[in-house]
Design a protein around this ligand. Structure first.
Ligand code: ADP
Length: 287
């Protein structure tokens, strides 16, 4: 885990590739047709003796939004948390299979989980700003990582990237927890962006927000996907259909282990699903 994201903009490559694939096929590219940032191969996750996920394989494509959908308890958050080693902190967690980030084994012995979580940031369901000023919230990560440059610049550019700057530029010293819910979530996104991540994982980032704040976050996600790779867990299928380039549908088996039923480009998954279970779920027949 010593090499960072490429210095040159891979968006150019990804963008060209998307255009080429679209021109060749007339449709959106599938995950397999784009460069992968995270590759998951036959991952099974256990909490003690309970198997929460069984043999999940998934490819997170660069600068795309990948959504994980499925009924509650099917393992969406578990899968998301595997992608930046957040599950390491849970007693009894065990992983079988393989996860790689830009070709490197995410779970290799010499990989530093703190560095993994800098590269692969996370935004949670409930906005969780620190009880500190707006400025200090954003500066927290760079400070912790020993950043010595111009902190005011980092704070401003992160807040701009999170579409919050104009709303808070005159009150940077006020408390982050005094903001509205939607603003707090954008502050948390700014905080995640401040450490220059490559990937942003979002675990139901809008579930505590009203519809207007939700749409703002969705617009922001689309904007961020020009620069970052995003994975979002959502229980809201319309949200996945609105924002995601690729969608993975997971389900729980009778033994309660989660499995990946179907994965592909969002339009195809929602309009012509291959699996009857996906069709039943998206048409509201269960879940
Ligand atoms: P989802 O995000 O799809 O609702 P989760 O990943 O939260 O699903 O949970 C998948 C399964 O793993 C559920 O049966 C849940 O009860 C179980 N689980 C999640 N976290 C833990 C944990 N820390 N310890 C034990 N079981 C857990």
């Amino acid at each position: 885990m010593c090499s960072g994201p490429p210095a040159t903009s891979p968006r150019a490559t990804g963008g060209e590739l998307i255009s080429t694939v679209r021109a060749q096929t007339g449709s959106a590219p599938t995950p397999a047709e784009l460069p992968a940032v995270i590759e998951i191969a036959a991952a099974s996750v256990y909490y003690g003796s309970f198997r929460a996920l069984d043999q999940v394989s998934l490819r997170v494509a660069e600068r795309q939004i990948t959504a994980l959908i499925g009924p509650s308890g099917c393992g969406k958050s578990t899968l998301l948390r595997c992608m930046n080693r957040m599950n390491d902190l849970i007693a009894g967690f065990r992983l079988e299979g393989h996860l790689s980030y830009r070709g490197e084994d995410l779970y290799a012995r010499d990989v530093d989980p703190v560095e993994v979580r800098r590269r692969i940031g996370m935004v949670f369901q409930k906005p969780n700003p620190f009880p500190k000023s707006i400025f200090e919230n954003v500066a927290f990560g760079p400070k912790a990582h020993g950043f010595r440059g111009n902190m005011a610049d980092v704070v401003e550019s992160s807040l701009r990237a999170a579409a919050l700057w104009d709303e808070v530029k005159d009150k940077l010293n006020e408390s982050g927890i005094a903001l509205s819910g939607g603003q707090q979530q954008r502050l948390c996104i700014a905080r995640a962006l401040a450490v220059q991540p490559d990937v942003i994982l979002m675990d139901e980032p809008c579930s505590a927000l009203d519809p207007i704040a939700t749409l703002k976050i969705e617009d922001l996600m689309k904007e961020l996907a020009k620069t970052y790779t995003i994975v979002i867990v959502t229980h809201n299928m319309q949200q996945a259909a609105r924002v995601a380039d690729h969608t993975a549908f997971l389900m729980m088996r009778p033994d309660r282990a989660g499995e990946l039923v179907e994965f592909g480009d969002t339009d195809t998954l929602f309009t012509t699903p291959r699996d009857k279970r996906t069709e039943d779920y998206i048409t509201g027949r269960f879940g």
